[in-house]
Design a binder for this molecule. Structure first.
Ligand SMILES: Nc1ccn([C@@H]2O[C@H](COP(=O)(O)OP(=O)(O)OP(=O)(O)O)[C@@H](O)[C@H]2O)c(=O)n1
Ligand SMILES: C[C@](O)(CO)[C@H](O)COP(=O)(O)O
Length: 382
């Protein structure tokens, strides 16, 4: 950038609580196609100049790239924008691009349209989409009338401005505004409309996450985020009258030795999921040295792995488990095992395979000293 190149600063407003979107975390920190919503939005503005992220006081310590400027926000969107503009001034901005962090699918073309209009001399520029549906008014569930849609637009972000005029407009503005165009117009600024994009949706309600994920994963050049993991486990036979395999008790003239219920199949499946997440193995999450896991039902481990996957933005797509033993015979119980794993993971039984093989009397399984199990799990970004 030369001395004469105008400086753009992006302000990502992220201080809202995302109440309408639901979930345990504000929407901007929730997983979306393998990353957080905020990470997609940050990536969309990478390389476009300094970035100011306006954060809620509770979120100031959130994990963000080191070069991002963090600013505490306010009780309304306008107050948060104001805080962002103050920091952008300090950074020497000529123009600001003010964007909802909750719009992670913004396209390079939308951003370029706003920048281009400003560089061509506009004081303000913002993306909009013309309204293509007919408009009605209603009283209760009765349609009361129609409205002319000529000249109506659906407003999007980023909304871009010369910093001086928009700073003054915000300083003189009182009350709440839906967006910065409203603040600009109230100060008499001219704002031009630039092309918006259907995919530039704002995540507002719970169903918007899957819409956004479909947009992001469907983009040309965006690799589908699929992860594979494998798990392997062995338990030795001991005195007993039955074994637990994939959650099903199978009568046998021996038992299986283990700290928990020694469910070798479920352990392999659980480790396959941890493996796909690069999150270690059962021993890391449930140390065998901890007495509370003595005799534990292994469903606890599998449930934990599936929950961890969900927290990181992945859904388990399918599981394949192979048990290796001469006896007991697994075939008659395989369907019950599939059903049990399906119930624990929340998957359809047709996405779970349980099969068995002997090792042709070779090795420790062939000598009937124990049972081995191996499993593969496939995870896909939600
Ligand atoms: N006090 C506020 C309120 C909103 N925002 C930001 O403004 C954008 C658009 O607002 P909206 O979609 O309404 O987000 P929330 O206020 O978080 O959502 P909700 O109204 O459902 O709680 C979001 O990126 C949000 O984080 C902000 O920075 N400061
Ligand atoms: C800024 C905005 O995204 C433009 O469409 C919109 O006004 C935010 O509205 P909300 O009421 O805060 O969801």
């Amino acid at each position: 950038m030369t001395e004469d190149t105008p400086k753009f600063v992006t302000i990502l407003v992220a201080a809202g609580r995302g109440l309408r979107a639901g979930g345990d975390l504000p929407k901007q920190w929730q997983p979306l196609a393998g990353r957080r919503v905020a990470d997609w939005t940050l990536a969309a503005f990478a390389g476009a100049g300094p970035v100011v992220v306006v954060l809620h006081a509770d979120d100031m310590g959130m994990d963000l790239p080191a070069d991002v400027h963090r600013v505490p926000g306010g009780a309304t969107r306008s107050l948060s924008v104001k805080a962002g503009i103050t920091r952008a001034w300090a950074l020497g901005a000529d123009y600001v691009l003010i964007h909802d962090i909750a719009r992670p699918c913004v396209t390079p073309e939308v951003i370029a349209g706003v920048r281009g209009a400003l560089l061509a001399g506009a004081t303000g520029a913002a993306p909009g989409l013309t309204v293509t549906d007919a408009l009605w008014t209603s009283e209760g569930d009765r349609i009361a009338g129609t409205r002319d849609r000529t000249g109506l637009h659906r407003a999007q972000t980023p909304q871009g401005f010369e910093i001086g005029p928009i700073a003054a407009a915000h300083d003189g503005f009182e009350g709440e505004a839906a967006d910065d165009v409203e603040v600009a117009l109230s100060a008499g600024l001219e704002v031009v409309v630039t092309p918006g994009a259907d995919e530039n949706i704002k995540i507002t309600h719970p169903q918007d996450f899957s819409r956004a994920a479909a947009i992001l994963t469907g983009r040309k050049g965006t690799a589908m985020d699929v992860r594979l993991g494998n798990g392997y486990d062995v338990h030795a036979f001991c005195e007993g009258d039955g074994v637990t395999l994939c959650g099903v008790t199978v009568p046998h003239d021996r038992g299986l030795l283990g700290h928990s219920d020694a469910d070798v199949g479920m352990h392999a499946v659980t480790d396959a999921i941890y493996g796909a997440l690069a999150a270690g193995d059962i021993g890391r999450h449930f140390p065998p040295s901890d007495p509370q896991w003595k005799g534990a039902d292994s469903r606890i481990f599998l449930k934990h792995a599936v929950k961890l996957a969900a927290e990181r933005g992945y859904a388990v797509s399918n599981i394949d488990c192979t048990l290796v033993c001469e006896k007991p015979k697994v075939g008659p119980h395989a369907a019950a095992m599939q059903a049990r794993l399906a119930e624990i993971t929340g998957l359809g039984a047709d996405r779970i395979s349980v099969k068995a093989t002997t090792s042709e009397r070779l090795g420790f399984t062939g000598r009937e000293e124990g049972i081995a199990a191996m499993a593969t799990a496939c995870l896909v970004a939600r």
